[in-house]
Design a protein around this ligand. Structure first.
Ligand SMILES: [Ca+2]
Ligand SMILES: [Ca+2]
Length: 235
């Protein structure tokens, strides 16, 4: 009887893999994209990197986290957009670093920016997590001021250290064909809203950040519910 039940459970498990909001969109050992800021809000409210001024390119960022219960080795993973290279392309390769379960990493566009605090680059990770963001912070050091995400249509592609496309989040319209590959996870935000595109649950959809909690973005903060319901509620 027991064996039969297990056999049935195993069969169901094989044919209908669990798909719920708490099952990460990506399998181990891959990190999960949890937020993308492509359309930087206008005015002082758009200063996502907290350097004191709003900039349409440098305040852009991609946030990822480790949704698994084992360490992730991030070294060699890349972030890129629809531009194939050269002018306007967003390209970033993580240096060797370990991302522990639940840890968050933010990669700012940051072209030409001088960050005062603990910020990593493609060459080396930061010496410690940045207190201002409560996360590991990196800067892409893109080659030109026009290297950034298009507001009208673009994508963020995460590829593994072997160059295999793992996860792509796209928005708007563009003439390029989306990347393809076996097992590639493709997502589009449910509702762009304004501000960033944000994932509330590790297996849930990506939606407009402002629709979730009224804020425009939250680099370094995942899940966002922690700040809204916890010790910062009365701030
Ligand atoms: Ca800024
Ligand atoms: Ca966030």
């Amino acid at each position: 009887m027991l064996i039969t039940s297990l056999a049935i459970a195993a069969t169901i498990g094989l044919t209908q893999p669990e798909q719920d909001d708490n099952t990460p969109k990506v399998e181990f050992p891959h990190p999960l994209i949890t937020e993308i800021l492509a359309v930087v809000p206008k005015g002082d409210g758009g200063d996502a990197n907290k350097d004191g001024k709003r900039d349409a390119s440098t305040d852009e960022f991609v946030e990822l986290m480790n949704p698994h219960d084992e360490d992730i080795e991030l070294g060699g993973y890349t972030l890129s957009d629809r531009n194939a290279g050269g002018q306007g392309a967003v390209e970033f390769t993580f240096p060797s670093m370990t991302l522990k379960p639940g840890e968050v990493v933010v990669v700012f566009n940051g072209n030409g920016e001088k960050f005062a605090t603990h910020v990593g680059t493609e060459q080396a990770q930061a010496d410690e997590q940045d207190e201002a963001f409560g996360a590991w912070v990196f800067v892409m050091e893109n080659s030109g001021q026009f290297a950034g995400f298009s507001n009208k249509g673009d994508w963020v592609l995460l590829s593994d250290p072997e160059g295999k496309p793992i996860h792509v989040v796209s928005w708007g319209s563009f003439k390029e064909k989306l990347p393809t590959g076996e097992g590639l996870i493709k997502e589009q935000p449910v509702d762009g809203g304004d501000g960033s595109m944000c994932r509330y649950l590790v297996g849930g959809p990506i939606v407009g950040h402002s629709a979730l909690d009224g804020r425009k973005f939250s680099p370094g903060e995942h899940p966002i519910s922690a700040k809204m319901t916890g010790e910062d509620q009365g701030r």
